[in-house]
Design a protein around this ligand. Structure first.
Ligand code: SF4
Length: 218
């Protein structure tokens, strides 16, 4: 009987299998090769992904867009950039007419590109030695917004700095400090960094600040 079957679990497991198939190929033991994705996101998250990973819960096919494009015939090959004895490996989604292209899905139309996408795109421009790049955001209802970027050295230097920091911390087996951001609410390591999501104790901020019960006036 249809009602007896757990379709949610089936869909979740299908998403998880496709996600694994499309995810970036990162060898957790090879700490001398750092992937670009690892340094444009929270370093602590990238560290846990290598040392003590927890599988991410995928919510839909949208977030698989970039991985899917990389696997198709238009997808570009990964490329490495040497930083002393460390290799920074990047992979763009496509290269069209000498321009680097990234595709990302979003819930709503964006007014500005997301910071980690800008860092990723800019670093790809240096890794592939190109001058122009484009990031295309596509919403669930198929609206697209495009932003273009010319390469910026300072921004790439920041990525190189983060590559060195992650490499050092992996060598020393020390977890990076918290990088609180909007990424945290979707992060599978939230409870390691902050508090348990369920059964958390209610805290009255008004009381903590000595202002009496918040929202109550006697
Ligand atoms: S919860 Fe936030 S700070 Fe902690 S690993 Fe995830 S993204 Fe980083």
């Amino acid at each position: 009987m249809m009602g007896d079957r757990d379709f949610r679990a089936t869909i979740q497991s299908a998403l998880s299998s496709i996600g694994k198939e499309l995810q970036l190929d990162i060898d957790p033991k090879n700490i001398q090769t750092i992937h670009l994705q690892e340094v444009v996101q929270c370093l602590r998250r990238s560290y846990f992904d290598r040392i003590d990973p927890v599988e991410i819960e995928r919510r839909g096919f949208n977030e698989l867009l970039s991985g899917l494009l990389r696997k198709l015939e238009y997808g570009s090959e990964p490329k490495e950039f040497e930083i002393d004895d460390i290799k920074l490996q990047g992979q763009t989604d496509m290269i069209v007419d000498d321009a680097i292209m990234l595709f990302r899905s979003t819930q709503t139309e964006l007014e500005n590109p997301l910071a980690n996408d800008v860092l990723y795109l800019n670093a790809c421009l240096w890794i592939y030695d190109k001058t122009e790049g484009i990031v295309v955001y596509i919403t669930g209802d198929r609206k697209e917004t495009t932003f273009s970027l010319t390469r910026n050295k300072k921004m790439f230097e920041e990525v190189i700095r983060r590559v060195r920091v992650l490499n050092n911390l992996l060598k020393e087996e020390k977890a990076p400090i918290l990088e609180p951001s909007t990424e945290c609410s979707e992060c599978q390591y939230y409870e390691r960094c902050f508090i348990k999501r369920k059964n958390s104790k209610h805290v009255d901020i008004g009381e903590m600040l000595g202002l009496g019960k918040f929202g109550h006036q006697d």
